[in-house]
Design a protein around this ligand. Sequence first.
Ligand code: FCB
Length: 452
Amino acid sequence: MKKYEFPKNFLWGVATAAAQVEGAAYEDGRGPSIWDAFSHIPGKILNGDLPDVACDQYHLYEEDIRRMKEMGIKSYRFSFSWSRILPEGTGEINEAGLDYYRRMITCLRENGIVPNATMYHWDLPYALQVKGGFGNRDIIKWFLEYAEILLDNFGDMVDIWATFNEPIAVYVGHANGFFAPGLKDEKYARQCIHNLMVCHGETVKLFRKKQLKSAKIGIVVDVWPHKPAHPGRENDEQMALYKNEIAGYGMFLHPLFLGGYSEILMKYMKENDLMPRIEEGDFDTMCQKVDFYGLNFYNGLIDDAEKPEKKRRREKQGGNFQDTREYHQEALWDVLHMLKEKYKINVPIYLTENGYCTEGEADRETMLDDQVRIDYLEKILYWLNRSIQDGIDVRGYYVWSLLDNFEWSGGFYKRFGLFYTGYETLERIPKKSAGWYADVIRNNGIETDKFD
Ligand code: FCB
């Protein structure tokens, strides 16, 4: 059988986010986040699911870390809950919140698992949303206050820092309302994104001032590449261009790596009266040199303007999906090459999220026997390996997710975990994919004849 080996010291990981796994939403002084507020509005979350308890990792983190250790996982990507640390978003610090993260990170380190932490994974303190959230330029000041607390407390305990996870979620939450805070105002959404990107740049500057010994900082941007179903057909080309440059990854990668907004985006914003307020120096701030780029990748999509996007079934809402409009794993190769060629990204890349969801109506035994997930992940690793062979500097790979968790508007229905979570009992049961991934890590690669 053919062996596809990964570089020495390749960082095999798993990822989660605070709002999706921690639970303990109202314990030990934590303040509410926009996702707590949003999820309590009837009709916003599939089946009315609530993140109040989720996987209860707040109490069960030692158990989860033990499982990771048993699997040989080398790095855990998690996020901080801003409102657990600053219940009001700014001002008074909740020591119990800091204490939780100190215990959790220490436990990771004691088990030889590299902490990879995201400062912001979508859960703004509700108290700040009331003041306008990301649309209020004061967010820069608020975010820096929060970031400084994180860096002063955990700076060198965390090896890999990301300022933001998938900023597009902030756009979605303000432009079309599928995510918290649930607004539908594209102009405001564009201002939010602009301010967010300045927050990112200012945080990188702050990070440099702290002169931490070994920690690195970057940002995580998801890429869903769109390509026209019929290359050359005007409608399809336009559709893909819009999805890539105006309402997709171009919004972020251009200002981060090339400087400023792309011409296409500027033109679109001007013509549609969507221009954000831009202050002098903002574009320089946004493109601070980062130490790494975190890519979240799930699938690519094919745009056929004559067969408009089927209204996705409501059950499918909430993030990532697999359907016929997609082209799958080979799209990863396209993306990794595009990052290098188009955006000139020359810093190390981590694949900070990749995963496969199955849906909640199956019985437990079926969910545990998740060969479909293994097949998907294995093929991803094949294309990742090929990209690395081509000279793309990818240093690590994180499966989304360690365990089934609160999938935003998709509630608990969508299951991405290597472990099955029983939400009544909070038990975690390894799926077949957990054993498979442990083997991948042990062998530092995959062995298969499927892709020759
Ligand atoms: C990504 C999110 C992550 C999770 C996965 C399935 O877009 O970053 O929190 O929901 O999708």
